[in-house]
Each structure stands twice: as C-alpha cells, then as structure tokens.
Design a protein around this ligand. Sequence first.
Ligand code: SAH
Length: 581
Amino acid sequence: MASFRRKPCFFNLGISAVNFDTSNIYSLAINERGAKTAIGLGLKVEVGLPSQFLDRYWNQANSLVLVMALPIVVRLLANRNLNKDTDPVVIAIDESGEFVIPVLGGHRGANRLASELSSRKGSTAVITTASEKKGISAADGLSGFSAQGEVAALIELMLEGLDPVIDNEINWPGPINLKNGAGPARIIISDKKMKLSENKASPEVQLIPASLVLGIGCSSDASAAEVGSLIETVLERNSLDIRAVAKIATIEIRRDHPAIVGQGIEIESFTAEQLDQVDVPNGSEAVRDHVGTRSVSEAAAILGSRFGQLLVTKEKSVKATVSIARIRPAGSIKLVGLGPGSSMMRTPQAVEALLGSEVVIGYQPYIEQCQELLSPHQLIIRSPIGDELKRVKLALEYASAGRSTAIVCSGDPEVFAMASITFEVLHSTSISNGTKPTDLPEVSVVPGITAGLASGALLGAPLGHDHAYLSLSDLLTPWETIENRIEKFAEADITIVIYNPQSKTRTWQLPKALDIIAKHRKPQTAVAIVKNVGRQNQQKLISTLDSVDPGIVDMNSVVIIGSSTTTRFGDYIFTPRGYRI
Ligand code: SAH
C-alpha cells in the first residue's frame, strides 16, 4: 500500500490543505492549575502522567501541548526516538500560562501555533529559531511544500544574505518571498524523484509541491494492496516523488471502496457522466458498457487536476488502472473575518484560512489584529483606509497568478466589509471579459463574529428578537436612503444595531438618526453604546433614548437601540422572545 503524508503537518497548508482542526491539538497538564491554564487558552486538556500521554498520542497527534515546566518536557523527550521530519509539533507552556515555548517542529508549525496560542491571553511566545527571528522563510516550513536535502545549510547561507539559485522547471508557483539569487545554494522546485548533492558548501534543497493527482480506476474486487503497489510502481517508473501526490481522483461509485480509501490519500470523485465528457488518449467502449464512461483513470486525473498536464497515461495491473496528471495551479481569494478583536473570538476556520494563504491583504489595523499568525513565508500587503477597490484588484491579480490570497476584515467580511465589493469586482470582470464565473479564481467567505453580535453578547440579549443592522456611513449610500431606512426600522419596532455611527468627520448623522427614532419609540427605550468590543478598553454604556449622550460615540462603537419590549436588568438589556415564564 502506498504510504505517505501519514502525518500531514498541521500547518503545512497549501494546495492540499490540511484542516486546522482544534480537536487535533492534544494537550496535557500534570495538575489542576495547568489544566485551568489550558482551558483558558481554549484547549481541550487531559490531566495525567506525561509519559503515558506521549505514548498514546505521539504517533497520532499533529500537535502536543504540554502544560508543565520545560525541564520535565526535556526529560520526557529525551526518552523518545526523535525524528525531525515526523515528530509531532511539541509546545511547552508554563503552569501559569505566561510563556508558550515551541520545543519541536518550530518550522513545521510550532512557532506559529505558539504565537497563536500566546495571542489568546496576551502571553509571550518564546521563539528561538534563527530564521524566524530574521524574518527569513525557512525552507522546511514552507506552506504547500515538503522539503528534502540540506535544509539547515541552506538556511545558514540565507541568514548570511546569500539567496539560493531557484530552479523551477515544472513552473509551479514557488514560495512567494523566495528570491532568486546567485547561490551557492540551490532550490529545486519539482515533483520528480531526485538525487541531491550532499555537498554542504553548495547545498541543494528540493521543494516538493503537492502537484500530482492520481487518477485511479479499479474493479469491485480489487484490493488496497494491489492499488498501492500499482501506484508505487507507476510513480517509480516515471521518476515521480510520492510526496508530491495531492490526491486520488476516481469515479463516484468507487469513492468508498477499500482499495481506494485504503491508500490514506485525500479522494475526489466524479460521476460517470462527468468523466465521459473528458477527451482522453485511451478511452474504451468496453469500459463504458461496464461503468458508463470510456475512461476512469485518465479522465479522473484530468478533471482532478483542473485540466492540467496528463503526465502518465493509463497503466494497468490486473484489477486497477492509474494515470497521473499535474495540477493546474489555481489561485483563490478568501475573505476572512477576524472577529471584533481578541483572538479568542476568532474562529479556527479563519486561522486555517490565514495560515494557508500565500498573500494576505488588509487595512493596516486588521493586519495587526492577526499579526501573530503571519509568517515570513507570506506576502503581507497593508493597505490604507478607503483603498477597498485596490485591495480587491490586487487580490484578483495574485489569485489569477495561481496564489492563495486572503483579504482580512474585522468582524465579519459580509457586514459592511470587503465581501460584497469582491463579488462586485468579479461580477463586473466576468461581464467585461466574457469570462465564466467558474473560470475566475475561486472565492470563499470565512465568517467572523461581527461587532453587533459581540456587543449584543456583552449587553446580554438585546438581539434576542428581530433586529436590523444599519450603517450611518453616507460615503457610498445617499443620506436620504439611510434616513428612509431609519424611519422604516423605527416604525417596525425592532432592535436596531447602528454601525459607523460617528467619527471625526461624521458628526451630525447619529443625533439626526436618534431624533427620527424618537418619533416612533418611547423616551425610556433602552439604548446601549459599546466601544471597542473584544479589544482593550472595551466599554459598554446603557442608557435611554431621551438621555443618551451621542458625544461619547466614536468610530469604534456600535449603538444599539432596543425595541418596545427590550428590558433593562442591572447591567444587561434583553429583548424577550415571548415565552410565558
Ligand atoms: N465588518 C465589521 C464592520 C465594519 S464597519 C464587523 O462585522 O464588525 C466598521 C464599524 O463597525 C465601526 O465604525 C463600528 O461601528 C463597528 N465596529 C467594528 N469593530 C468594532 C469593535 N471592536 N467594537 C465596536 N464597534 C466595532
């Protein structure tokens, strides 16, 4: 059976993205104080004997977080057979949670995981690897690639300022910040099987992208062993590296077949109808009579590679066929919501999206908001306020060149943020160039906790019943439209959440809005102002429509106006849903 990527690096995201799966961080504390620290960091934790814990999770975990003194961790690790390429990421955290220390796998995710964890409670990540310190991409931590060769010698030369010669004959989008230099080191970007020079003075490192798709067909009585050995033989015969395999592509009816699933490789499947539409070198009518398509392995490899290059046409064993295609790199745009501020209010999906992006674009303060997740491997583009269109156009440019690109937003990307303008640009690009939406880079939206929801939570439950979000920004929407909506929302007796309520230049709109609302609601209606929710200096202030002081509202505030049923209860307000209690 072909075995590879048995232990995909947690953060080694890229073409074959591994999910950022918080359930795959195993953490252990040796006492209750440590357990509390782990829980405070949002980790699931066991309390017990460390050596038993390591025995249990060493081979199955991607990341182990040990909440205990560093000397204990060192002694525990001294008893194990360590292997730089396959060890899990190991992080030590002192009992009080003040220091988060990457112990093993710094370049394979430990540094970034430590930075992420430390951001959750404002503790310190103790990063000691030289390349991170100097802001250099460490070749063995590059997203989307496996590395082999004289990595340490290469990094040494890079630290001395000597950029390697880059040899990229397969024309795969290389690490974005890697500069082509004069050597003496050499980086070869390739999915081929290679013998590298062992000369440390002119070190060679191969970066292996996840660039290959194995198209596989098999009969219903094929075994995993047969398919595995066919894969190995075909890769060997064609000098392709097994670590470059991104996925298996096959026909829908074999998707769950043990011979396919048994390879332990990500699977993509296509219907017979989809496969039959692909032009292939070796189609067969007999196969069509049997499964409804003239080709399984070649057609699946072609579809799975997004019509990339078919490198190996159909090769057979008794009960299986394999073809191999090289993926056509496709860029993507992810609109990533960071939540209102604190990293505890950021979703793991947002973290995953950021770690897996080669380019991260955002308004400067939002880049700062996720700073601890960013690395020297990424191209970070800080953009001034008001440059929204430029941000999208840049993202589209990078994505069209095959790069995974993220645009970061505070809160949620849909709520008065970058998602709609991105779709507007794609829509108009598609119309003006006549491009089909499916031929443009893939776009996805990663939701975040919007300021209104975070504020609602801080206040209790003002959004417990129907409510509306309203922006007072009249930069893009005429004031008459806004005023008309305020009037209608006020009449509708629903809670109103006001974004962009006031700024140095937006001064008269909020008092005007409150006047309009006061025509429809009682003077005692609850009004709340929340400033800097989820950030330092978070403040909430509960008042009423006739006594609220709009003067204290700034651009980092939301204003929530209750409905007729919104009730004050101490430091909280809530809107009942109508239960009879
Ligand atoms: N996409 C963001 C909203 C961007 S519009 C979201 O979903 O939250 C900018 C407005 O959002 C600000 O003027 C303010 O009204 C509100 N806002 C954003 N972050 C905030 C925070 N941390 N505290 C209070 N209001 C915030």
